[in-house]
Design a protein around this ligand. Structure first.
Ligand SMILES: [Zn+2]
Length: 130
């Protein structure tokens, strides 16, 4: 499944950025994926649910923005949003090029260092030390 490898790559990339920013727990991930990548949102969500338990992504929400295919005519410049890839302009039958739908990137992710929002108990300093 194409989607599993895709999600694994995303998790690896976010893990690296998170480590650099002292983030130990990721709570939300948003991806932008063009239809031309052929990745199905349902399958991506399934892959995410399979790959994230017992990782820093456990329980995180996955949001997927699916970008439709946009064609732009090389002759008349008409832009057409479509669900199916075509090679000719519906206006003038000129040759169309793909102007959108190949996107594949991490829009953003949210996380924290796992230390905040802890009620009561220890103060800001940990007196026990090591
Ligand atoms: Zn045209």
């Amino acid at each position: 499944m194409h989607e599993v490898g895709l999600i694994q790559t995303v998790l690896n990339e976010i893990s690296q950025v998170a480590a650099q920013n002292h983030i130990t727990r990721v709570t939300k991930v948003r991806l932008v994926i063009g239809r031309l990548n052929g990745a199905l949102p349902d399958v991506l969500e399934f892959a995410f649910s399979v790959l994230t338990p017992e990782t820093m992504f456990e329980g995180a929400a996955l949001e997927i923005e699916s970008v439709p295919i946009t064609l732009e005519c090389e002759r008349c410049g008409t832009q057409t949003v479509t669900d199916e890839l075509a090679y000719f302009c519906p206006q003038c039958s000129g040759r169309a090029r793909v102007a959108g739908g190949r996107e594949l990137y991490i829009d953003f992710f949210e996380g924290d260092d796992g230390k905040d929002e802890r009620e009561g108990g220890n103060g800001p300093e940990d007196p026990a030390g090591q």
